[in-house]
Design a protein around this ligand. Structure first.
Ligand code: MLT
Length: 267
């Protein structure tokens, strides 16, 4: 646990070495990285916060913003006395936080891993949808999001045949407070367009996307790959919005290859 001025943040931290800051998506928490914590910890130090309102962090009241969430992540690195640049890995909403982190703290970023995410801002329709969902959470509670979003998170094959992973994610979602959901939904509504930043992000980037992602289409990953000066793109067949949980071996192999390529560049 790490105390901030207005809330206490829970987090996981694996080992010494090259540091990966693993930022989860909505409405999940650091346990989404469980299979990476297990398999990648021998080659990197993985730090995975529960963003405010999510998981075991305090259910801090909103409003939230991407700026606030990025500052929380930097604050955690400060508290852990991590001064050297890190690889920021963001899943979906965590990718939106990662873009903000790059804008605010470029000197702290050695590379990016972007998982099932997109750089663009919400459309007018998307913003209206966020408000409607936030209102439903206010009136009906967080379960409404769990129910509607859960099936959309997976490739059809995963949802139909991997009950264990579906239940694991459902359980994770139920640990997100109403404050966390509403805060995150409205922060996503208000996030800026990061597309113009991509061409100037001259750091190594790995983009990983599920071929069957129903929430963010793989075309977004292809477009980002074109826009970054130095990126690798891995599309994982048979995975939906959560490739790290649905196809952990392929996901972890892609991350290992990327980390090795960074190490080779340094030699
Ligand atoms: C997420 O998985 O973090 C969200 O679905 C992203 C979004 O709604 O834009």
């Amino acid at each position: 646990m790490s105390d901030f001025d207005d809330f206490t943040m829970a987090y996981q931290d694996s080992a010494d070495g090259l540091t990966l800051l693993m930022i989860h998506g909505f409405p999940l928490n650091s346990s989404m990285w469980e299979l990476q914590m297990e398999d990648l910890a021998t080659m990197a130090r993985l730090i995975a916060p529960d963003l405010r309102g999510h998981g075991f962090s305090d259910p801090a009241a909103g409003p939230y913003s991407m700026e606030m969430l990025a500052k929380d992540c930097a604050g955690l690195l400060d508290r852990l006395a991590i001064e050297t640049p890190v690889i920021v890995c963001g899943h979906s909403m965590g990718g939106y936080v990662a873009f903000e982190f790059c804008r605010r703290y470029p000197e702290r970023v050695a590379g990016l891993i972007l998982v099932g995410t997109r750089p663009g801002a919400d459309s007018a329709e998307g913003k209206a949808g966020r408000e409607k969902t936030a209102e439903s959470v206010r009136t009906e509670g967080p379960q409404v999001v769990v129910k509607t979003m859960l099936p959309k998170l997976f490739a059809p094959a995963t949802y139909e045949s991997d009950q264990e992973v579906v239940e694991f994610v459902e359980d994770m979602m139920t640990h997100t407070s109403a404050n966390g959901m509403i805060g995150a939904l409205l922060a996503m509504r208000d996030r800026p367009d990061s597309t113009p930043d991509l061409a100037d992000l001259d750091i190594p980037v790995l983009i990983i996307h599920g071929a069957d992602d129903k929430l963010i289409p793989p075309s977004e990953a292809h477009a980002m790959h074109e826009a970054f000066p130095d990126s690798q793109l891995v599309i994982i067949p048979g995975a939906g919005h959560l490739p790290n949980l649905e196809r952990p071996d392929e996901f972890n192999d892609a991350v290992v290859d990327f980390l090795e390529s960074l190490a080779d560049e340094e030699e």
